[in-house]
Design a protein. Structure first.
Length: 140
């Protein structure tokens, strides 16, 4: 059974490009054999990640993330059983939210900044859908 999980967290320490690259490289190496696909949106203050895959695999991964000291304020935004993957093309795509056109963010929130803690999960998913539609996703 396939599931899609969306969560948000704050980095425990300031992010730099090297740390982010290491996270993405590790995900892109580990995810294919586990059947995990997804997308990581980030700024210097927040991570928002969607993960797709088998229910048990995604549940175990989320539990690891929730207990990882590099994450703070881990909050589940959405969890659903799915018939098909929406993020099948990415072992872990990524979007630097601070580089997006502010009008995309403003479409989904009160201000042109990403604050998934203040948005319903379905609104955050709509933003991710728009990022796919506008080819804003980098990586593979």
């Amino acid at each position: 059974m396939l599931v899609r999980l969306l969560y948000v967290s704050r980095p425990a320490v300031a992010l730099n490009d090297e740390t982010l690259d290491a996270i993405l490289q590790a995900s892109r190496k580990a995810n294919p054999p586990l059947g995990i696909t997804g997308l990581l949106c980030h700024s210097d203050k927040v991570f928002m990640q969607v993960l797709e895959g088998g229910r048990e695999t995604i549940n175990r991964l989320y539990a690891r993330i929730a207990n990882d000291p590099r994450h703070q304020d881990v909050t589940l935004l959405s969890y659903q059983e799915i018939d098909e993957r929406r993020f099948a093309s990415w072992t872990m795509g990524h979007v630097n939210i601070s580089r997006l056109n502010p009008s995309i963010l403003l479409k989904y929130s009160e201000r042109p900044v990403l604050d998934p803690y203040a948005l319903p999960g379905h609104v955050s998913m709509a933003l991710l859908e728009e990022l796919i539609a506008t080819a804003s996703i980098a990586g593979r």
